[in-house]
Ligand binder design. Structure first.
Ligand code: SF4
Ligand code: SF4
Length: 291
């Protein structure tokens, strides 16, 4: 019998709910094993000892969460980060452009309607939102926003069979059904603008599609449906920094569309899910640390 822990940090629970999409397969996975700690599902207050597999969703936002994850790591054989917040910082990580204390002040006392507000007393904040691996060793990542249910099933079933899951080696473009001709538009398009060719690559049509810089394995459902990939599965195996990889893919395009491109404006596209984990931020923009 394998003892499982399921926890959402930073108040997250959506990626755990994504696992419900496994339907009866989830029952098969749980059958014969024991869920020993899962605040969204069972009422157990203390983190148990001797956990076999700990599955953690959400990023680190407070010092208390860092203490909790350290305790779980010490008590667990295998630790998995579930979803892009846990793996890379996720969309909340874009808030790292400001220190957490500055953000609290802005939101609770400096916005329209909060000018007489009071900053709430919360756990001691870290300077930003950070992925789990900045505090403890993580054994496996299941990225995505939300993660693919096939990935959740594959990782859990493989581990429960005593084997090691392997990583996806492709990027999203390799799964994408759209035709690439190697000829690019010289105009950058906004997401709401019309897709002129329904079968052609969106990047070639001027949309900032993150496919070349994003780990594949999802089957490219977004570009297949007419929406640019926004990079929810994080970087590929070959390139650790999603934004820099994308800029590399855009080099010829940027010179053509230089009047329409602004790095500071596009940071939320290039690093939508990976800002706290990017080499750019870690090495050049203030070297943010998990503190
Ligand atoms: S850039 Fe986007 S639309 Fe083009 S092939 Fe890659 S995933 Fe498909
Ligand atoms: S196509 Fe891109 S945004 Fe859509 S699920 Fe795949 S990685 Fe995520």
């Amino acid at each position: 019998m394998v003892k499982l822990l399921l926890l959402g940090l930073s108040g997250d629970s959506g990626c755990q709910v994504a696992a419900v999409g496994l339907h009866d397969k989830l029952l098969k996975i749980l059958m014969g094993n024991e869920l020993v700690y899962a605040p969204t599902l069972i009422d157990v207050k203390e983190i148990p000892e001797k956990i076999d597999v700990a599955i953690i969703e959400g990023g680190l936002r407070t010092k208390h969460e860092v203490e909790v994850i350290k305790k779980i790591r010490a008590n667990s054989n295998i630790l998995i980060s579930l979803g892009s917040c846990a793996c890379f910082g996720g969309i909340p990580g874009l808030a790292n452009t400001e220190h957490g204390k500055v953000l609290l002040k802005k939101i609770y006392t400096e916005q329209k309607g909060t000018s007489v507000g009071v900053i709430p007393v919360v756990d001691e904040l870290l300077s930003g939102q950070f992925p789990i691996h900045t505090a403890v060793q993580v054994d496996y990542l299941i990225p995505g926003c939300p993660p693919e249910i096939n990935d959740i099933e594959y990782t859990l079933v493989t581990l429960l069979n005593g084997e090691k899951p392997t990583k996806c080696l492709t990027d999203v473009c390799e799964d994408c059904p759209r035709e690439r001709l190697g000829v690019y538009s010289n105009k950058l398009k906004r997401i709401f603008e019309e897709v002129s060719d329904p079968k052609r690559c969106l990047l070639e049509q001027g949309f900032l599609c993150m496919g070349p810089a994003t780990m594949g394995g999802c089957g490219a459902p977004c570009p297949a449906a007419g929406m640019p990939c926004d990079g929810c599965r994080g970087p590929t195996i070959k390139n650790s920094d999603q934004g820099l990889t994308m800029l590399d893919a855009l080099t010829s395009l940027i010179s053509e569309m230089k009047d329409n491109f602004d790095l500071t404006q596009h940071i939320g596209i290039l690093y939508r899910y990976t800002y706290p984990d990017s080499n750019l931020v870690k090495n050049f923009i203030g070297g943010q640390k998990n503190e």
